[in-house]
Design a protein around this ligand. Structure first.
Ligand code: TXA
Ligand code: MG
Length: 349
């Protein structure tokens, strides 16, 4: 298949015409990769079973892992899912934005899109390009992250091209994703209680302002026990793991240097906070060091993590050392992705 690449930086007249064309492709059962504020999505008509099957095939994704449907206004959910008061409370504070809500599905969403579940995941993205595309398509757009199954989610058009060239009709290049980690996913338990299934930019602390209790699913921070049933099917897959083993070091830079000195190979990568960069550089002049930004601003790490993980695969490092982020606020999202990348290998220094 020939893939057309369309570059859009602002929603001017030309861009809108291009989005109209991309929307036609979606309506006719084709696949379009589009940018969102979190990561790029691999989109098809969520109401068309064949489109959803094509999405699974293009990603090489197991068909028991359901897709998120993207809508351009919170009210658009009415036709596709059973909404409730808590949904609208969440929508009022966080939509459009990086939040996905699990609701009971209506029959308008085929089982293939939701992997046979009775529920459907609903998200209204902040990205103006994404919303214009959905509006013009006139149907919700089913979209998982636009990576091949098992690799990190794409946060630039280059990542998408690496994974999806020849597998989709159109790739919309909207530049680098603002946030860089996937949306927060919640399930509504009752009118006072929700459960966080996947942490993201909308934090547990943000959500706690709206309902009296926010539970956190075990899979967010813990290793799954053998055979454990997960609330969000995606949580059971090994995600984001680069070729070289990732080792998370929980301690200060001096302790980290000692540890790497005793245990590390020569050919290693170190993911380092800004403040520790020079220290690592001096201790390991042969190591490849990636800058992870400020240790006080997990947004910095969130923005570059997936790019770094993808880049490590272009080298042949023996090990990748990285700091263990604080598991609170936005840090929880970073922590969740990094313990997966490291297959839970954490060294307490
Ligand atoms: O930021 C995002 O959410 C991006 C952009 C493209 O919107 N999308 C994304 O999709 O990350 P994906 O498919 O890579 O991850 C969706 C996660 C999966 O772990 C899946 O198991 C879960 O959402 N999910 C989807 N439908 C669900 C449902 N009905 N119940 C529970 N979990 C669900
Ligand atoms: Mg994904």
């Amino acid at each position: 298949m020939k893939t057309e690449i369309i570059r859009i930086r602002e929603l001017d007249e030309t861009a809108v015409l291009q989005l109209e064309k991309a929307a036609e492709v979606i309506k006719n059962g084709g696949l379009v990769v589009f940018p969102t504020e979190t990561v790029y999505g691999l989109g098809g008509d969520a109401t068309n079973e064949d489109s959803s099957k094509k999405i699974y095939a293009a990603k090489g994704r197991p068909s028991d892992n359901p897709l998120i449907i993207h809508i351009d206004t919170p009210e658009m959910a009415e036709k596709y899912a059973h909404t409730n008061e808590v949904y609208y409370k969440l929508a009022k504070s966080f939509m459009p934005g990086p939040l996905t809500v699990i609701l009971e599905s209506k029959d308008t969403i085929p089982l293939a899109t939701r992997a046979g579940l009775s529920t459907v995941a609903v998200r209204c993205p902040q990205s103006a390009i994404a919303r214009e595309l959905i509006k013009r398509a006139g149907v919700p757009i089913a979209a998982p992250s636009a990576n091949l199954s098992g690799s990190p989610s794409p946060t630039t058009a280059e990542h998408v091209i690496d994974d999806m060239q020849g597998r989709v009709d159109i790739i919309i290049d909207g530049g680098s994703s603002d946030f860089g980690l996937e949306s927060t996913i919640v399930k509504i338990d009752n009118e006072n209680e929700i459960t966080l299934l996947r942490p993201g930019k909308i934090t547990k602390e943000d959500l706690s302002k709206l309902v009296s209790r926010v539970n956190v699913a075990d899979a967010v921070t813990d290793k799954l026990k053998d055979g454990e049933v997960v609330l969000s099917p995606g949580m059971k897959y090994k995600h984001y793991a680069p070729k070289a083993p990732v080792i998370l070091l929980d301690g200060d830079v001096k302790a980290a240097v000692d540890y790497i000195d005793k245990n590390g190979d020569i050919n290693i990568a170190i993911i380092s906070y800004d403040k520790d960069f020079e220290h690592f550089k001096k201790a390991f002049p042969k190591a490849f060091i990636y800058n992870f930004g400020s240790s006080e601003r997990p947004e910095d790490g969130a923005h570059v993590l997936f790019s770094i993980l993808r880049d490590t695969d272009k080298h042949s490092f023996k090990e990748i050392y990285a700091p263990l982020p604080k598991a609170s606020g936005i840090g929880l999202a970073l922590y969740n992705r990094m313990i997966r990348a490291a297959a839970h290998k954490i060294i307490r220094l």
